[in-house]
Design a protein around this ligand. Structure first.
Ligand code: FAD
Length: 453
């Protein structure tokens, strides 16, 4: 009899695990209460990056001076933008659904919970049924964190999920939280012409990132007129007439037409029956997993954001794939463990920011010897041709062996360019491997080869 594999949640983690496990011969049932593609397609990656692409096009028209073009202010058609987001979401949902169905995955639209270690109860529009399972994957994702001092109303006081579809563009907005999501929202709303204030709890936006990287972004924000409230923590957000008033712990007060919370997430594990199945959680409900993504119950796995590892769609998909291999026993044949320290990530601001592997600060913190080489894009012909020479490429390598350990890129197309360093980090390539690659000229990638010299 084939392995009965039940997956709860159809985001990147769930649907990747389903496709692979079905391909490897499992009998897979995937339960999703909302939309196949998950929060990633509905609220997170896809709508935010679609809006940022439009915002980026507007920002670009403001920089065309000097390219032999006349400056023209682009006007946004909010209905057309909403249609564009909906169309992209629809196409992605159809593609993913077709792929799952073509692999023979049974899709159930409904809400699921564990009622025992080997039983999943599913409530659909047709009623409730119980599915026996040899293996279960919890891939239920997370939801925006709402602090006790603020009650979002979906109209003026927003969570990130209230921003899509874009009903109106705020005249002014206060963004609470200066991590990845917060700075992307600053970029998006300021590109659409809003007056933006960013509440930054530390002294640097993107506190987890390399200070040189954060400095380039702060410069761009200040150039656009974004107000940075550094060293301030929001303590209340309230509506007063047409204003939203944000009060901070240092006494500062910001008034704007809207405010958006970007202060992290909480795992979707409440009501999931983890107790009934004996699954342990910690850090406020995230499922504890080992390197195979198994919970303390070896046949119950968790992948994606609910596992509390790196909250990235790419990581969720890779975890899903690794779970499928493990469920089907393939890890004994050809299986590489997932190394979270080697995950590339990007921030879709202007300029883009991307990094992978070891960071300079982390190396110094543990006293590890590294070689750091940095090349500004201003020395790269293609950046001059593009009329955009902001940013740089930084490569971190082992001084003894030349093996590439990490890197960061700030600048146009950083999210694409980082792939070269990500491949080098994953495959233990040396800086000389990059230097000796015959790259295209003129291309921004030439800065990579120079940084690897
Ligand atoms: C604004 C924003 C932008 C982002 N942009 C990026 C980006 O550009 N790149 C990137 O890599 N990452 C990005 N992320 C992170 C990314 O969205 C997540 O890492 C990714 O969605 C995690 O995938 P997942 O499969 O764990 O969960 P999700 O995508 O959250 O899917 C979980 C699914 O489980 C379903 N579910 C939950 N409980 C049940 C239940 N009981 N029964 C049935 N179904 C259930 C939910 O309906 C949901 O569809 C962004 C996040 C945010 C907030």
């Amino acid at each position: 009899m084939s392995t009965r594999f039940v997956i709860i949640g159809g985001g990147p983690a769930g649907n990747t695990a389903a496709t692979h496990a079905a391909r490897f011969g499992a009998e897979v049932t995937l339960i999703e209460r909302d939309v196949i593609g998950g929060a990633a397609h509905l609220w997170d990656c896809i709508p935010s990056k679609t809006m940022i692409a439009t915002g980026g096009a507007i920002a670009f028209t403001r920089r065309i001076e000097g390219m032999g073009l006349e400056q023209q202010e682009a006007e946004v058609d909010i209905d057309a933008l909403t249609d564009r987001i909906t169309n992209i979401q629809g196409r992605l949902k159809d593609n993913t659904t077709q792929l799952l169905e073509s692999q023979g995955v049974t899709l159930l639209r409904g809400s699921a919970r564990l009622i025992g270690p080997h039983e999943v109860e599913v409530t659909t529009a047709q009623g409730t049924k119980i599915l026996p399972a040899d293996a279960v994957l919890i891939a239920t994702g997370t939801s925006p964190r709402i602090p006790e001092w603020c009650q979002p109303d979906g109209e003026r006081i927003l969570t990130t999920r209230d921003c899509y579809p874009p009903k109106i563009f705020p005249k002014s907005i206060t963004v609470i939280g200066s991590g990845v999501t917060g700075v992307e929202f600053v970029h998006m709303f300021s590109s659409f012409g809003a007056d933006v204030t960013l509440v930054v709890s530390r002294q640097q936006v993107l506190p987890q990132k390399d200070p040189e990287v954060a400095a380039v972004l702060e410069d761009d924000f200040l150039r656009r007129g974004v107000k940075l409230l550094k060293g301030a923590r929001a303590t209340s957000i309230e509506r007063e007439g047409d204003d939203v008033v944000v009060r901070c712990d240092d006494g500062r007060v910001v008034r704007s037409s809207h405010a958006v919370l970007a202060i992290g997430s909480v795992p979707n594990t409440e009501g999931l029956g983890l107790d009934a199945a004996g699954v342990e959680t910690d850090r406020g409900g995230y499922v504890n997993i080992n390197r195979h993504c198994q919970s303390n119950q070896p046949h119950i796995y968790a992948a994606g954001d609910v596992s509390g590892k790196l909250p990235l769609s790419s990581v969720a998909s890779m975890q899903g794939r690794k779970v499928a291999e493990h469920v089907m026993g393939l890890q004994k044949i050809a299986h590489r463990h997932l190394d979270y320290d080697k995950a590339a990530s990007a921030i879709f601001t202007e300029p883009e920011i991307a990094d992978v592997g070891l960071a300079e600060a982390d190396a110094f913190a543990v006293g590890r010897k590294i070689r750091v080489t940095k090349v500004p894009f201003s020395a790269t012909p293609k950046a001059l041709i593009n009329n955009d020479s902001r940013g740089f490429v930084k490569i971190i390598s082992d001084p003894a062996t030349g093996v590439v350990l990490g890197g960061s890129i700030v600048g146009r197309h950083a999210a694409e360019l980082i792939s070269v360093i990500a491949l080098a980090v994953t495959a233990n390539l040396k800086v000389t491997d990059i230097v000796e690659s015959l790259l295209v000229h003129p291309a921004l990638a030439e800065a990579l080869a120079e940084a690897a010299e």
